[in-house]
Design a protein around this ligand. Sequence first.
Ligand SMILES: Cc1cc2nc3c(=O)[nH]c(=O)nc-3n(C[C@H](O)[C@H](O)[C@H](O)COP(=O)(O)OP(=O)(O)OC[C@H]3O[C@@H](n4cnc5c(N)ncnc54)[C@H](O)[C@@H]3O)c2cc1C
Length: 244
Amino acid sequence: MPRPTYPVTLVARHQLSSNTIQLDFRVDDNFSYEAGQFIQLHFRHNGEDVKRSYSIANSPSSFTSTGILEIALSYVDGGVASEFFSNLEQGIELSIGGPFGILTAPKKPSGQVILVGTGTGIAPYRAMAEELVALAERGTKISILMGVRSRNELIYSADLKALADRSDDVSYLTCFSRETDVDSTRGEINGYVQSQFDTLNINPESDLVYLCGNPKMIDDATLQLKEMGLGVRQIKREKYVFSS
Ligand SMILES: Cc1cc2nc3c(=O)[nH]c(=O)nc-3n(C[C@H](O)[C@H](O)[C@H](O)COP(=O)(O)OP(=O)(O)OC[C@H]3O[C@@H](n4cnc5c(N)ncnc54)[C@H](O)[C@@H]3O)c2cc1C
């Protein structure tokens, strides 16, 4: 049986970085999700039905109070959805399917939690802010690693810094793969997100690592974590694979 879809209306568009926009959709029906899940946006292009997946970037509680679903869309040159959504007029009606995905906040982690996202792959952790603060209050150590090529691609940095400021047990680190002018006192490093695993005192028996975004980062990081002794159940993954 096909999963139900929900009507949505585009109400706002914000430029988040040089190549990423945030789209705000009002959901015109009953809809709920868990932080960390994604939706599929349905639209018609050249007479064909097209679907693309996007992580939900805002928390369920903010959605409950505003009725607005936020997604961060990174522009791909010539991409069908990229072109379509960049030129979308406010007020246009579409539909969404979902929610999908199991990259949800851990309920009772036995060790530290490491949340890794490249590009828009950081969005699910922004949506988890309240769960993460609650976990930190119960003593779980949380490290958020954001990976981008350069500073002008950063998104949601202020939100994640604010989240880290709420607890000594939450840290936020930005990893720039193509930026040499970095400020380590502000939690910036030059290198891939995976290069930080050795610095995190990872306990392969108890720690949990989330990986979201670029499929190559996820493959490389998974390999490295397995070599460090983590089992598959300790690595949760959401690969942003292309649909076409
Ligand atoms: C579970 C899941 C969650 C996702 N969440 C997000 C999200 O929150 N934000 C987001 O921006 N995207 C996300 N994506 C990716 C998204 O679904 C689309 O694939 C992306 O927006 C490109 O779609 P497009 O129609 O513009 O490009 P397409 O028309 O599908 O592709 C056009 C061309 O560009 C290439 N291409 C496509 N994407 C990329 C890329 N990222 N880098 C390099 N080349 C590319 C394709 O191979 C193709 O040749 C997610 C994907 C999955 C599976």
